[in-house]
Design a protein around this ligand. Structure first.
Ligand SMILES: Cc1cc2nc3c(=O)[nH]c(=O)nc-3n(C[C@H](O)[C@H](O)[C@H](O)COP(=O)(O)OP(=O)(O)OC[C@H]3O[C@@H](n4cnc5c(N)ncnc54)[C@H](O)[C@@H]3O)c2cc1C
Length: 536
């Protein structure tokens, strides 16, 4: 069946929760928030949406790769953060692009950038549109005319080097599309963000995405061998190298550039042979502190499990991983080359030393089976369904958002304590009540990347004010307690005020100088990462 992208919510329209699933969610929320029951409203229809008149028409020379139709303009207006979902759900598409370009090659991109600089039209590079930080949005107050440049047609694996285990891939390849093509060469790309289904290689590089293999290689930085970027000033192409100490790295300039310097068109990426051997287990802990200490010991053991995901008791409960209000640690190892019993046995010995009780597994397999059972399998199911559920929660009048960070182990306990206290108080003040849970998405030897989910009842007409009041408290606390404003969700516009407090002031000036060199007419992504007006 041909699926259609939702023009306002996460993913495919046909997969948004409906019928029984939506009723079940409504019932569950009703039980949690008896005094503030959910308010189900039907999903919006495209025919009912009003879009602003385009301020610039598609130039004749670009007619064969641009689209000014209502669906594409609406679907490219926002990314997928809570605020985007609410505005889309409520039919507010004031920031719609004038048209959407789907370039076929670098020449189309270069010509479009040249035209935009000449005509003073802003350009927003767009991969899968899964940004949660308003990275693909451009308001009319920021640019009176803007075009979105979607790389969907540039999605091919162009070349594979089996000797070095690397592949040259176009930036617009979404996770499953890229994976399918690599499989034909007997390779895989072990980078698995939760947005995998829709996000793209170019987006991962532009935002320094974090995948969900939870230790060792997680960030895109670890996978990139070289990058090609088309800028308004010309091309930047780095050399393929396994490593290099030759001055500041050009790859580092492009990684995390969030579309403000140029359009990433392709990259050479380190790939791997698919795993054959797998080991899985889950472990329960009565206390969160105990579980944190066990996870730290594992992170520092040199075992580097492929999954080392700690769920606090609330997180385990709301994802239906475990109903006994215990913290759950999901553990997995994988290898193309060797059986994994010794690694798993040592990991389980470590967690037992810290008071953990093995609740499922260890299970070992040596084939193509990705499955597994127990808490791990339940978690995987919940993990991929969660984005669809968030869209459904918006349609039930709820505030449902996540925020994430990373901090060194020595500061984690204090940060976590203060965050929980302040965010809970903010939810109580602005929503009357609320639920906050935490999991570790990644763990490093020197610190975890905790990820918090909050759900609270919203008031009609006030959702965005309530949401932002809570977001501000969380973000201020992260900066005050030595953490990062984001471990993997990027900066965009939403996190920029806190990023400005986190980064060295002089570094901000350096970014502006680079932008002036590569994008002298300042057409790319106004106000993303750095302010267009040149402020702090
Ligand atoms: C439900 C959900 C789960 C998520 N889970 C994760 C996760 O596990 N890990 C993680 O890291 N992130 C996650 N994210 C955030 C998001 O998926 C990442 O930031 C992702 O890397 C964005 O990729 P994209 O292709 O969708 O890029 P887009 O959203 O289209 O763009 C992101 C930014 O990069 C720029 N950009 C995109 N493509 C290019 C290009 N080719 N050249 C130059 N600039 C470009 C855009 O202008 C924008 O500023 C999640 C988001 C959602 C909604």
């Amino acid at each position: 069946m041909q699926k259609t992208r939702s023009f306002w919510g996460w993913g495919w329209q046909e997969e948004l929760p409906s019928g029984e699933e939506r009723d079940r969610l409504t019932g569950l929320l009703g039980a949690f928030f008896a005094d503030h029951p959910p308010r189900p409203t039907p999903y919006p229809a495209l025919e009912a949406i009003e879009l602003p008149e385009p301020a610039v028409a598609v130039p004749a020379e670009f007619a064969d790769f641009c689209d000014a139709g209502a669906f594409e303009r609406a679907a490219h207006t926002y990314g997928k953060n809570y605020r985007d979902l609410v505005r889309g759900f409520q039919g507010d598409f004031a920031a719609a692009p004038d048209f959407v370009a789907f370039p076929r090659d670098e020449d189309d991109i270069a010509r479009l950038l040249k035209w935009a600089a000449r005509e003073d039209v802003a350009v927003v590079p767009y991969g899968g549109g899964t940004s949660v930080v308003s990275g693909v949005e451009c308001g009319r107050d920021e640019a009176t005319r803007h075009v979105t440049l979607d790389l969907a047609r540039m999605d091919r694996v162009l070349d594979v080097d089996p000797v070095s285990s690397a592949a040259r891939i176009q930036a617009g390849a979404r996770g499953p599309v890229l994976q399918e093509q690599l499989a034909e060469y007997g390779f895989t790309f072990r980078h698995y963000p939760q947005s995998f289904e829709l996000s793209t290689l170019g987006g991962w590089i532009a935002t320094r995405a974090g995948g969900h293999y939870a230790t060792l290689y997680t960030h895109m930085d670890d996978f990139v061998e070289s990058v090609r970027m088309v800028t308004p000033a010309g091309e930047v192409v780095s050399r393929r190298l396994p490593g290099s100490g030759a001055g500041p790295s050009p790859d580092r300039l492009m990684l995390g550039s969030e579309g403000i310097f140029g359009v990433i068109t392709e990259a050479w990426i380190r790939v791997q042979r698919p795993p054959v051997y797998r080991a899985r287990a889950s472990v329960k802990f009565a206390e969160f502190d105990q579980a944190v200490e066990a996870t730290r010991a594992l992170a520092q053991s040199g075992l580097y499990p492929s999954n080392c995901r700690l769920l606090d008791a609330t997180e385990a409960l709301i994802n239906e991983v475990s109903g006994d209000f215990r913290q759950v640690l999901l553990l997995a190892f994988e290898s193309h080359d060797h059986a994994l019993q010794p690694w798993m046995e040592r990991a389980l010995a470590i967690v037992r030393e810290h008071g953990g009780r093995v609740s499922s597994g260890p299970e070992y397999s040596d084939g193509t089976d990705e499955g597994g059972s127990g808490e791990g399998a339940q978690w995987r199911e919940a993990f991929f369904r969660a984005p669809y559920r968030q869209s459904a929660l918006v349609s039930l009048g709820m505030i449902a958002d996540t925020f994430e960070t990373a901090v060194t182990w020595d500061q984690f306990a204090e940060l976590d304590r203060v965050l929980r206290e302040r965010v809970q108080a903010a939810m109580n003040e602005h929503c009357g009540t609320g639920l906050l849970s935490c999991r570790f998405t990644h763990v490093y030897p020197d610190g975890p990347a905790p990820y918090y989910t909050l759900i609270a009842p919203g008031r009609e007409g006030e959702l965005l004010e309530q949401w932002y009041a809570i977001k501000q408290v969380a973000s201020d606390t992260l900066i005050e307690y030595g953490a990062t404003i984001t471990h993997h969700h990027a900066v965009g516009k939403v996190h920029r005020p806190w990023y400005e407090r986190q980064r060295p002031a002089l570094f901000g000036q350096v970014l502006r100088a680079i932008k002036a060199e590569l994008d002298p007419a300042a057409v790319l992504n106004p106000n993303v990462l750095i302010r267009r007006d040149g402020g702090a």
